[in-house]
Ligand binder design. Structure first.
Ligand code: GSH
Length: 221
């Protein structure tokens, strides 16, 4: 019997944040797939009144909003190992989590990632090149700032991986599959190295697009 149940669309970067967190803390979990487009169904809206992906259930406890979910998992199953003890490092983690949600996803990931990957590959849409071009100034601002914050550290809050890295990698790995990635990391080679470092972690290898598709296809106890 799995402790945690993640309700998510396979391929969702937000859903992947939760999966990576579960893997990092070694929790047992079950993936409950939501079909693309079904997030607005009355049934799913009982779990998430705003109809966004993902949602978590843990026994009779229901939670939505990814930051709340990954912090909860870190507290109850990871003993806080993914949150730095030092207040300044913890503040950097909180800052990076908000950059990830407010500036990296909103306006960059949800435009470039959608136009290059989700639209053409999953929905059969044609890429809107003007929308991609319009997102590039914000994308450069985000990448330059993340490159500055990472500096020569291994991870965003220092030597140990934290929730900041988990949130950012779920969005950045999506963008790494687009032609814009080379331009965006040209001035920030530390971000490309960090991406490689993160992608080599067992938690990332266990939650690739293919692995999550297999989780969604196979019924789990
Ligand atoms: N604030 C939400 C945002 C989640 C979110 O935007 N998820 C995307 C999928 S990765 C989604 O639900 N998109 C469908 C939609 O916006 O209706 C969270 O942190 O969980």
């Amino acid at each position: 019997m799995s402790d945690f149940v993640l309700h998510s669309v396979p391929g969702s970067p937000y859903g992947r944040q939760v999966l990576i967190t579960l893997e990092e803390v070694g929790a047992t979990y079950r993936f409950a797939p939501i079909a693309p487009g079904a997030s607005q169904s009355p049934q799913y809206r009982q779990l998430h009144p705003f109809g966004k992906i993902p949602a978590l259930t843990h026994g009779d406890f229901h939670l939505y909003e990814t930051q709340a979910i990954i912090r909860y998992i870190d507290r109850v199953a990871g003993a806080g190992a993914l949150t730095p003890a030092d207040p300044k490092a913890a503040a950097r983690m909180d800052q990076a989590l908000n950059i990830s949600d407010c500036y990296l996803f909103q306006g960059v990931g949800n435009v470039i990632g959608f136009q290059r990957i989700v639209g053409p590959i999953l929905l059969g849409l044609t890429t809107d090149e003007a929308a991609v071009a319009a997102a590039m100034p914000q994308a450069h601002t985000v990448f330059n700032e993340l490159g500055r914050l990472l500096g020569d550290q291994r991870f965003f809050t220092g030597e140990a991986v934290s929730l900041a890295d988990i949130s950012l990698i779920s969005q950045m790995d999506f963008l790494a599959a687009t032609p814009e990635w080379r331009d965006l990391t040209g001035a920030n080679p530390n971000l490309a190295k960090w991406l490689e470092r993160m992608n080599a972690r067992p938690s990332l290898l266990a939650t690739t697009w293919e692995k999550v598709a297999a989780m969604a296809a196979a019924p789990q106890a």
